[in-house]
Design a protein around this ligand. Structure first.
Ligand code: CP
Ligand code: NVA
Length: 304
């Protein structure tokens, strides 16, 4: 049975849907690698709304929609009426009458929730201040490809408790793995979030301890989009939260390193880690394409 209407948070998925998306990703990726035409979304239109910058998200959605036989339209705040204060509800009513599916990258989660509540068509979160669910879908499928099921494994998050970290936490709950988190003081996971996920979360003051025996070590920029004014303070506060070879050396011997990108070598990650043998960041980035194609197919066609 199809229960997923929109993909606004990772927790919108149930376990069965996640497993289905993994299977569809494997199939869709294999067809792509064989150069096999596959057009289940012929004549369908994706509208992509960006209120923040992007390389991977735009490219993977736009190329993905094209590869599935459909087309994609790019809108941004600067060039559309969204930047001149048209209410989100009105924009949702209009945009969703002219296309089949919408992807939005914006600021507060409440903006995408309001859009979805007024949309006739499925809405996908392409990153908000609170969540980045498409990223974690790609990350976990990348882990499965390299190391098998994630259930029962330990993921170490080092750095800011941002949108990507919040989404890892939702995934840990759904897929039953453990998330070790170490953030600098003052940048902890919000207590309500931490409390709700306490069975799958362990918080560490020392990032080395968070990484100990982890099967996956991951991090993200110290300053996310929209928080640029805090950059100076964050550079100081996060100085000891760089994923380096010492941290990787206490992780499981077969641990992989991930980063959603863009990365800042010498800040949140040392160059020899992101460019080293344990890093799977390029596979991770590529899998944005394959997982989102599976997601759009599911939202528009159901089970095929
Ligand atoms: N990881 C990610 O979402 O990258 P972009 O900001 O380039 O889309
Ligand atoms: N946490 C980062 C992710 C970028 C893909 C940001 O929100 O800017």
């Amino acid at each position: 049975m199809m229960t997923l209407n929109h993909f606004l948070q990772f927790s919108d998925l149930n376990r069965e849907e996640f497993d289905y998306l993994v299977a569809r990703t494997v199939d869709i990726k294999a067809r792509f690698k064989r150069y096999e035409p596959y057009y289940p979304l012929q004549d369908r239109t994706l509208v992509m709304i960006f209120e923040k910058q992007s390389t991977r998200t735009r490219l993977s959605f736009e190329a993905g929609m094209h590869q599935l036989g459909g087309s994609a339209i790019y809108l941004n705040t600067r060039d559309s009426q969204l930047g001149r204060g048209e209410p989100v509800e009105d924009a949702a009513q209009v945009i969703s009458r002219m296309c089949d599916i919408v992807m939005i990258r914006t600021y507060e989660q409440s903006i995408i929730d309001r859009f979805a509540a007024n949309s006739r068509v499925p809405v996908i979160n392409g990153l908000t201040n609170e969540y980045h669910p498409c990223q974690i879908l790609a990350d976990i499928i990348t882990f499965i490809e390299h190391r098998g099921p994630i259930q029962g494994k330990t993921v170490a998050w080092v750095g800011d408790s941002n949108n990507v970290c919040n989404t890892w936490l939702q995934a840990a709950e759904l897929l039953d793995f453990k998330l070790n988190v170490s953030t600098p003081p003052g940048y902890e996971i919000e207590s309500e979030r931490a409390q709700a996920a306490h069975q799958h979360l362990e918080v560490f003051a020392d990032p080395m301890e968070a990484c100990r025996n982890a099967h996956l070590v991951t991090t993200d920029v110290w300053t996310s989009m929209g928080f640029e004014a805090e950059n100076e303070a964050r550079l100081k506060a996060f100085a000891d939260w760089q994923v380096d070879s010492d941290m990787m050396s206490v992780a499981d011997q077969k641990a992989v390193f991930m980063h959603c990108l863009p990365a800042h070598r010498g800040e949140e990650v040392a160059a020899d880690v992101i460019d080293g043998p344990q890093s799977v960041v390029w596979d991770e980035a590529e899998n944005r394409l394959h997982t989102q194609k599976a997601l759009m197919e599911y939202l528009l066609c159901g089970r095929v």
